[in-house]
Every structure is written in structure tokens, then in C-alpha cells.
Ligand binder design. Structure first.
Ligand code: PEP
Ligand code: MG
Length: 577
């Protein structure tokens, strides 16, 4: 009899294969053993040996990652290698062994409990999911100590074409499984933000997570189907169902092939309007993925990652070298570098106590933070300016709300230019400067802002958050997050009109620009520059190349004059038909 189980689909694609049940035993049982004084030295040695072995294993896995794999594949394994090297895992357990005269496993367990309780208190959902990484790394060392090495054992199993069903999987497991050509995986634990889920997306492995008791519901070797788009798992299937899904699988592959054939074709509507399609990147290395998406440049380089997830923020020299690397790789295509958007969910100093920590999204964030710490800001502006000597670079200011912030930012930019000039550095003296329009006040002031700026970029992620008063990372109010809310559409429209009047380009770099459901509406509203995650660009290009702006304008006008949100959704659906 057919059994349908649903979980969280974290990586698209259909997989059909036989179940391979795995018990990672992610939390091995640990007992305390008291040591005699004379046993301490050899216990410390045993622990150090396990740490060294964990590093070796992770490095070995890292070496199997092909050069052309997406950047995050290697960086997740690297982050685990870094964790093993961190004194919280390398040194503190030794101190516990020596002070408490206990075995290495017990010392490690105590350290894990301590770290987990720190992570559990974090407000940010993404950071909380990093507990998994600490657990994965500590459990790897525990397993080595107990000589139960799951990842090593997995390497010797024939997994080709199987669907792995496990309690949990680490990023390292995922890389090992990918090398063995698995068809897909299901886990009982994990969520969409876990590194294993992100990795599955990067590696193109269909995956469903969060199916509790999956290992008791599914039988070893039984044939199942998983649909990673909607998180569905089908068991007890007949030949007809398999046939149907094989057909669906073929259609998806065909659609992907068709999209890939658009890589070297520019985005142009059927009535001849050229549309600029640019990429959002977060790390200098992400620029390598641009070739696969045929992007016209980088519309948003989020520079926060030069500051967060590391001990010391990047200095001018390191930033300059990262920016220059991207400019050079782009070979003349434009690069838009957004100045630091620190604060709220993007904080690099966990001890930082801003004046409004109760409500950080409304606090000292983005440009407000940069204007408060002008030394940090000037350092970044200098690095950007120096990189502009190597190709077209634009500066994008985040979260501009008031005119005075623009004036102050531009004056600090002048100061950075003067400094560089007197020090004999090259830079583009006419570097273009734009502002993110991501606060309702900015959209309403766009006409005034346009007088000081060369371009706008609409950040719908924050514009929606601030317009609809919903915290973008609070799951409880997710249901209110609506890009088609009439107020949001009105603010986008106002910004586009202001740009047109002032004859400055308006781009959009929030998630809405990368969502194919909104492409035709945005075209109809007058958007001509889209910037999105590289993986979305080909789909957006396909829609653009099939659209005629003249056919979109009048239905778009009707949508914009509709004030009842419930009516807008079907109207946008109709526009997409
Ligand atoms: C936005 O707010 O839409 C945006 C692109 O910026 P971020 O998501 O980095 O805040
Ligand atoms: Mg934003």
C-alpha cells in the first residue's frame, strides 16, 4: 500500500531509488571514568590523537572535492576543520581532563553541553542552527575515541543510486555520499538552514529533512521516491507511479537543459527591451559561479562576510584584495559593492551591546553603524575605491533613511578619495554611488535622494519587513510576509517612477527579483535591472525572453490600482499564464 510521508524539502529534484538505512548515532552514549593521576598524561595523548585523526579525516574529504564544485561545498568542510583547531575543542577538554581527572569522552561531553547552552540562547535562527556543526565535529571526535567511525565506514559501502535514510548527516557525510553517486537523502533531523541542507542544494542532491522516525517508517532496500521540491516521500509504490515520476524526472532534466542553453544569450523581451540580469554574491569566490548563470555583472556584493563568522574583521588590505579579485574576474562587467550592512541578524561582535538591542532591526544597523564608526567606514571606502582602478565598480549604501545620511556618506567618500589621492593611489574619481531603497522612508523620499545619487537598488527583503512591520527572521509572523501587499507594490512603483524622472537606473536586489512569480509584474512596472542569486537567473531570463512588455503594462496598471490583497494574487497568477 502506498505511503506518503512529508518533511521539509531542502533541495529540489526527484530521486527514485532503494532505501539504504544508516544509523549515524550522532550522539554516542558517553560515561564518566575517573582517572588516577598517572593516567592523565596518556588520556590527554589519546584525546590529542583523536583530534589529529578528525582533522586528517576532514582534510581527506576536503581533498576529494572537485575544483569546480560550488564554493560553499569546500567552505563547510573548512569550517569544521577550523572548529577542530579552535581552542574550545582542542584545549578546553584537556584542561577538563587534567582538572577533573576524567576520561576524554566525558571532558568532551561537558564542553559540548557548555557550548550548546551558549548557542541555544542566541536569538538569530541561523546562528542557532550552527549548534549542529559543533555537535557534528564533537561527535566525530567521540566516534574516533570509541573507534566507531561512521564516515569512514560509509566510504566502504556500495551506495550508488541509493536513497540514504539517516537520523542525521554531516556536511562531510554528504560529500562522501556525493562521491558515491547516491540518488538522494532523507534525514530525521535538520532544517532548511542546516549546512547539510545548503550543501545538498549546492551539490544538486534531492533531499528531504525533518521526517521524524523515517528509519522506522521505511524499510531497508524498498524502492521509494523523493520529491525534494515539496518535501514528499512516497513508499509502497507501484510500477505506474514509478513511470509517472520517471517522466517527471525527465521533464525536469529537460527543463534544466533548456535553461542552461540560455547562458550565453542576453535577456531581452520579445519587444526588444534589453534587461540587465546581475548576480548577488556574498564571498569573493562566489563570482566564479557567474559563468554558469550568464550574469551581466554583480548587482549586489554583500560585504558582511568580511566581518562576520571570523575572529578579526578584514582590514583595508584584505578587503582591497577581495574586491580586486572580483573586479578582475568580471573582466569589465560592473560590480556593485554594498558597504557594510552590519547589525540586526548580521553581527560580527557577539558581545556588541547596541543601544537598542531589544529591537536590533530598528537599531544601529547598516549605514547608521558605518556613520557611527567612521574609521571602519573610511577603511572600506578606501578599499572599494582602490579596487575601482581595475574595472567598473559602483558603491551601494544600505538602509539609507534620511537625506542627511546621504550627505554624510558622500562627504566621507570625498574624504577617502582625498586621502588616496595624497597617498598616490589610483581609483575611479567618478565612481557611481547608489542607495538601497529598503525602508519605506527611502521609497517615499526617492525623488529627493535621486538628486544626490547615480542609481537605486530596491532591497525588497527589508522593504517588506519594514513596510509590513514583520521581523523577517521570526517564524511566527512569516505568514504575513507578502511581496504583493499593495503597500509594498506602491513603494516599489514610487521608486521606479522617481528613478525614471531623474533618469537614473533602478535595480532590484531583494529576493523578489529572483522569484519567477514576480518577474512579469516587475517588468510591467518598469523594472529593467534584476539582481538575484546566480541559481535563479536563468529561469528569470527565460521568462523575460518570453515576455512582451507592451502586453504587461495594462494588466500591471490594474494590479497597482487594486487595494484588496486577496484580489492581487490571482491577478498576478493570470499575468503569468
Ligand atoms: C534586501 O534587504 O532586500 C537586501 C537585498 O539586503 P539584505 O537581504 O542583505 O538585507
Ligand atoms: Mg537589506
Amino acid at each position: 500500500m502506498a505511503l506518503i510521508v512529508s518533511g521539509i524539502g531542502v533541495s529540489r529534484g526527484i530521486a527514485i531509488g532503494n532505501v539504504h538505512l544508516l544509523n549515524r548515532g550522532s550522539a554516542p552514549e558517553v560515561f564518566e571514568r575517573k582517572l588516577e593521576e598517572h593516567e592523565v598524561a596518556s588520556e590527554v595523548e589519546r584525546f590529542q590523537g583523536a583530534v589529529a585523526e578528525a582533522t586528517n579525516q576532514l582534510r581527506g574529504i576536503r581533498d576529494t572535492i572537485p575544483e569546480d564544485a560550488p564554493k560553499d561545498v569546500a567552505s563547510f568542510i573548512d569550517s569544521h576543520i577550523l572548529m577542530v583547531k579552535d581552542s574550545m575543542l582542542r584545549k578546553v577538554p584537556i584542561e577538563i581532563i587534567q582538572e577533573q581527572l576524567c576520561n576524554a569522552e566525558w571532558a568532551l561531553k561537558q564542553q559540548l553541553d557548555k557550548v550548546v547552552s551558549v548557542f541555544e540562547q542566541m536569538e538569530d535562527a541561523y546562528l542557532r542552527t550552527r549548534i549542529n556543526d559543533v555537535e557534528h565535529v564533537i561527535n566525530l571526535i567521540q566516534q574516533i575515541l570509541k573507534d566507531q567511525q561512521f564516515t569512514v565506514q560509509m566510504k566502504s559501502q556500495p551506495l550508488k543510486g541509493s536513497i540514504i535514510v539517516a537520523d542525521d548527516l554531516t556536511p562531510a557525510d554528504t560529500v562522501v555520499m556525493q562521491n558515491q553517486n547516491i540518488a538522494g537523502f532523507i534525514t530525521e533531523q535538520g532544517g532548511p538552514l542546516s549546512h547539510t541542507a545548503i550543501l545538498a542544494r549546492s551539490l544538486g542532491i534531492p533531499a528531504v529533512v525533518g521526517i521524524q522516525r523515517a528509519r522506522s517508517l521505511l524499510q531497508q532496500e524498498e524502492k521509494i521516491i523523493i520529491d525534494g521540491a515539496d518535501g514528499m516521500v512516497l513508499a509502497g509504490i507501484d510500477e505506474n507511479t514509478i513511470k509517472k515520476y520517471r517522466q517527471k524526472q525527465r521533464e525536469q532534466k529537460d527543463a534544466r537543459r533548456k535553461l542552461n542553453s540560455l547562458r550565453n544569450i542576453s535577456a531581452k523581451t520579445r519587444d526588444g527591451q534589453r534587461i540587465s540580469l546581475q548576480a548577488n554574491i556574498e564571498l569573493a569566490e562566489d563570482v566564479n559561479a557567474l559563468k554558469l548563470s550568464g550574469a551581466d555583472g554583480v548587482g549586489l556584493y554583500r560585504t558582511e562576510f568580511l566581518y562576520i563568522d571570523r575572529d578579526v574583521p578584514a582590514d583595508e588590505a584584505e578587503q582591497y584584495s577581495a574586491y580586486r579579485k572580483v573586479v578582475r574576474t568580471l573582466k569589465g562587467k560592473p560590480l556593485t559593492i554594498r558597504t557594510l550592512d552590519l547589525g540586526a541578524e548580521k553581527e560580527f561582535d557577539p558581545d556588541y551591546q547596541g543601544p537598542l538591542t531589544q529591537n536590533p532591526a530598528l537599531g544601529l544597523r547598516a549605514i547608521r553603524r558605518s556613520l557611527k564608526d567612521t574609521e571602519l567606514f573610511i577603511q572600506q571606502l578606501r578599499a572599494i575605491l582602490r579596487a575601482s582602478a581595475f574595472g567598473p565598480v559602483r558603491i551601494l549604501l544600505p538602509m539609507i533613511t534620511s537625506y542627511i545620511e546621504l550627505v554624510q556618506s558622500l562627504s566621507l567618500l570625498d574624504q577617502a578619495k582625498r586621502e588616496l589621492k595624497s597617498e598616490g593611489y589610483d581609483y575611479d574619481p567618478d565612481i557611481l554611488v547608489g542607495a538601497m531603497i529598503e525602508v519605506p522612508a527611502a521609497a517615499l523620499s526617492a525623488t529627493i535622494f535621486a538628486k544626490q545619487l547615480d542609481f537605486f537598488s530596491i532591497g525588497t527583503n527589508d522593504l517588506i519587513q519594514y513596510t509590513l512591520a514583520i521581523d523577517r527572521i521570526d517564524d511566527q509572523v512569516n505568514y504575513l510576509y507578502d511581496p504583493l501587499h499593495p503597500a509594498v507594490l506602491k513603494l516599489i512603483h514610487l521608486t521606479l517612477q522617481a528613478g525614471r524622472k531623474a533618469k537614473i537606473p533602478v535595480a532590484m536586489c531583494g529576493e523578489m527579483a529572483g522569484d519567477p512569480r514576480y518577474t512579469r509584474l516587475l517588468l510591467g512596472m518598469g523594472l529593467r535591472e534584476f539582481s538575484a542569486h546566480p541559481s535563479n537567473l536563468l529561469e528569470i531570463k527565460q521568462i523575460i525572453n518570453r515576455s512582451k512588455i507592451s502586453e504587461l503594462e495594462s494588466p500591471t496598471k490594474k494590479i497597482l490600482s487594486t487595494t484588496v490583497p486577496a484580489k492581487i494574487h490571482p491577478m498576478v497568477d493570470a499575468l503569468n499564464e
